[in-house]
Design a protein around this ligand. Structure first.
Ligand code: SIN
Ligand code: FE2
Length: 220
């Protein structure tokens, strides 16, 4: 990471609740999902019982350190052919598990809180991080429709979200994310670079040494 970084939020976690805009169209919704965390995690268990977490390969044959699954009409996949959305799990050829109502409702409510009305996601990527897992700076650009925002829900161990700009070398902000936080971005920042610093070790009461991220998108 060569771009200069800036801490926008109090790393002590003194900021609690509420909505904070950190770039045009980009909002941190502190603890927005907290009251639904148990229901979300139960749904994650049901999804991954049918479509287990797996480490996908990049086009270059590298194993991704984030373990992934999906639910909804479309799932994000990566393999030697590249990145794309697919209606079926390549593992067994079956459709991805349906998006649970508790997921769709949360995504729509969070999008609305960030100023994006009528968000109906058709894809939810379920990411699992363990200590040391990171996600390098990237853009979400495999979706057909960039009008819809991205809604990203954090559960379990805290993480540092990186949020840059349209260009790879743009200044990167560090946004500390904790259990129950939601980030939503779209409009002018829809294609901004973002990533996650390596997860620090820890022991979360609900998830142990893991972080689960749900990323909702309108893909098709
Ligand atoms: C992603 O960019 O797909 C995931 C972001 C996160 O884990 O917070
Ligand atoms: Fe992303």
């Amino acid at each position: 990471m060569h771009a200069p970084m800036q801490d926008l939020f109090d790393a002590t976690g003194a900021d609690v609740g509420g909505a904070t805009q950190f770039a045009e169209g980009a909002w941190l919704l502190r603890e927005f999902a907290l009251d639904r965390a148990a229901a979300l995690l139960a749904a994650v268990d049901a999804i991954t019982a049918r479509a287990p977490f797996r480490h996908m390969e990049t086009r270059r044959g590298l194993r991704m350190s984030v373990a992934m699954s999906n639910c909804g009409e479309l799932g994000w996949i990566s393999d030697r052919r590249g990145y794309r959305y697919a209606p079926c799990d390549p593992r067994d050829g079956r459709p991805w598990p349906a998006m649970p109502p508790v997921f769709a409702r949360l995504a729509a409510e969070a999008a609305q809180a960030a100023g994006f009305d009528h968000f109906v996601p058709d894809a939810c990527l379920v990411n699992r991080y363990e200590p040391g897992t990171r996600l390098s700076l990237h853009q979400d650009r495999d979706e057909r429709d960039f009008d819809a925002p991205i809604v990203s829900v954090s559960l379990g161990l805290p993480a540092t979200f990186l949020f840059g700009g349209a260009a790879r070398g743009d200044r990167v902000q560090r946004v500390p994310l904790r259990h129950g936080d939601v980030v939503a971005w779209g409009g002018a920042s829809r294609l901004f670079h973002h990533g996650v610093l390596p997860l620090a070790d820890g022991d979360h009461p609900l998830l142990g040494a893991r972080r689960i991220n749900l990323t909702f998108r309108r893909a098709g």
